[in-house]
Design a protein. Structure first.
Length: 318
């Protein structure tokens, strides 16, 4: 995977890739005081389109607010325009989009009010996160020995950079052990989420997913719940125990990077038929359709990237 592009947008300007540098004493680099998003832009018959663009940008603004940055100078519409500009400047038809707000200049203390927020947006061409084979065969997971975030220690509704040290340790441990990804239990010992995905369990035709209190409210999770409803499946938010995973008919995970992927094995126990189950398959197909403009919900969920010369008009009252 290459994270190359021609330009990165920083503080209102498109900067050549090599020049998008920050100083060693940037507070966010030391304390994780940043908030980011992961968004995807897909190729459709009507050109590139950003999936659930405003929902992602709203979550970014929520993360900034939760972190406690009070004077963030960009509105949602300004960020949206900047994302469009970055995609067009790099001439991508489909790409991953990474906005980051971070504590930029200021003394290297812990008081956020002494720092100034900065923002940047990078885009790159990113295929499947868990691998092409994962989309067809499913992935192997293990329960992490690391506990997921306590909701009163690290804010679980926010994609705060520092939160991800927890994910990084769990993911690294899982891959070193030979698994594709880790499932993380919440501080009470119930299934929370993966290091970068939400999780669903299917049993007797009903889809279960952990309640929102201690997890990231995934945009893909929300989309899959709606698509499952369209296909006639009941989705129940309920606590899930470790052994409920082992006896599930199907397990799948959702995330912007991973998309919709089956879990074929947990802790060396095969799940269901040991491959992708039928409900997961239908949902995965519905998801692929919706992001490419081929589902009844596509119009509501896709934000088509305007031509470069009309981007200035974005966000103006029609
Ligand atoms: C910890 C965690 N859970 C869940 C998700 C899935 O969220 P989304 O579907 O909005 O990408 C992500 C990815 O952003 C994540 O980092």
């Amino acid at each position: 995977m290459s994270i190359r592009s021609d330009f990165i947008w920083m503080q209102g300007e498109l900067i050549p890739f090599e020049e998008a540098q920050i100083h060693f004493l940037t507070p966010a680099l030391h304390y994780g005081t940043g908030a980011f998003e992961g968004i995807r832009c897909y190729a459709t018959n009507q050109g590139p389109a950003v999936f659930r663009h405003r929902e992602h940008l709203q979550r970014l603004l929520n993360s900034v607010h939760i972190l406690g940055i009070t004077a963030f100078p960009y509105s949602l519409e300004e960020l949206r325009k900047a994302v469009f500009l970055t995609i067009r400047a790099n001439k991508f038809e489909q790409c991953y989009i990474r906005p980051l707000v971070y504590a930029g200049s200021g003394p290297l203390g812990l008081d956020l009010d002494q720092t100034e927020p900065r923002v940047g947006i990078a885009v790159w061409e990113w295929g499947t996160y868990l691998g092409r084979e994962a989309l067809e065969r499913g992935v192997r997971m293990t329960i992490s020995s690391f506990t997921r975030l306590h909701p009163n220690a690290q804010m679980t509704k926010a994609k705060i950079s520092g939160n991800y040290a927890n994910s990084v340790m769990a993911k690294t441990q899982a891959t070193r052990l030979g698994f594709d990804e880790a499932i993380m239990l919440d501080p009470e010992g119930y299934v929370g989420e993966c290091t970068g995905e939400n999780l669903f369990v299917v049993r007797d035709g009903v889809i279960y997913t952990p309640p929102r209190a201690s997890i990231l409210e995934g945009v893909t999770r929300d989309a899959l719940i709606a698509l499952a409803g369209d296909l006639g499946y009941a989705v129940v938010e309920a606590r899930i125990s470790r052994d409920q995973l082992y006896v599930a008919d199907e397990i799948f995970v959702s995330g912007t990077a991973a998309e919709c992927v089956a879990v074929r094995e947990v802790d060396f126990r095969s799940i269901g038929n040991g491959g992708m189950g039928p409900i997961t398959r239908r949902l995965q197909q519905a998801f692929v359709d919706v992001v490419h403009g081929l589902n009844g919900r596509s119009d509501a969920w896709l934000d088509y990237v305007p031509a470069m010369e009309t981007i200035e008009l974005v966000g103006q009252v029609q």
